[in-house]
Design a protein around this ligand. Sequence first.
Ligand SMILES: Cc1cc2nc3c(=O)[nH]c(=O)nc-3n(C[C@H](O)[C@H](O)[C@H](O)COP(=O)(O)OP(=O)(O)OC[C@H]3O[C@@H](n4cnc5c(N)ncnc54)[C@H](O)[C@@H]3O)c2cc1C
Length: 271
Amino acid sequence: MPITVKTFASLGEAASALAADRGARFLAGGTLVMRAINEGDTSFSTVVRSTDRGFAEIRPASARVTLGAGVTMAQIMANRELAFLHPVARAVGGPAIRNMATVGGNLFAPSPYGDFTAALLALDATLSMQGSYGGRETPLEEFLANRERNNGLVSSVTFNRPATPEAFRFRKVARVKPKGISVLSIAAHLPMNGGRIAGARVAYGAMAPTPIRAKSVERALEGRALDEAGTAAAVAVAAEGTSPATDALASAWYRREMIAVHLKRLLAGTA
Ligand SMILES: Cc1cc2nc3c(=O)[nH]c(=O)nc-3n(C[C@H](O)[C@H](O)[C@H](O)COP(=O)(O)OP(=O)(O)OC[C@H]3O[C@@H](n4cnc5c(N)ncnc54)[C@H](O)[C@@H]3O)c2cc1C
């Protein structure tokens, strides 16, 4: 089936084109869209692109960082001010994928993909959505809860810069090294106040149909020191609220068993 490609100078025009045509799909880096086209997916016949310059812009302001949704994993790895995100970007596929894979595309990537999105969830990200009638802000958690129904265009994502580099931790578990797909991933933002955790946010990738927050773990960590006793309560509830899939990489049972092991290592700093 022939595919029509439409390129727009602004995200607003691209959003209007998407809203007007149910058979249109937005193309960012194309690592998933082009694969679908090559595999003969007939659920769309038009591809919409945008050359809007802001779409691929990094704005690393001091406390809040903004990434255009078209920023690639390779761009993140090349930016020194985003050093805390380098391990996350490096965990997405191999070099060829990272050259193309975007932050926005990762938000829509089906589980077990979505490693970068898990990190954004731990960093309390907000999405800027571009509709045909203007823009709006949506918390990432809310967006993910309704992802299947969401057909808007994400223009950028804004999130907290960790207070210190040690306050942000990320771990991806894969069977194939170094670029396998996730058995699971864990991201944690653990700000400390007087030696105790204050405002923990912990997120999992591949442990549910979309990346999720591990709210029981967050509650268990709150006000505790990051020592053996402090982390034991969190590890005990590691699998609460998860609903992982069984797929070619791992069974749901295995993922539930492994999450506690890797959460313990992440909290102990042995990741
Ligand atoms: C070999 C291979 C290995 C991979 N490894 C990993 C991995 O280790 N970890 C991982 O997380 N992912 C992985 N992926 C999945 C994918 O490459 C990434 O998730 C990537 O970030 C997707 O971004 P993209 O720009 O290429 O998305 P695209 O293919 O361009 O788009 C994907 C979907 O998102 C929609 N979309 C894209 N951008 C926007 C936007 N701004 N607003 C609204 N909708 C949008 C598209 O319409 C489409 O439905 C892998 C993929 C492949 C093929």
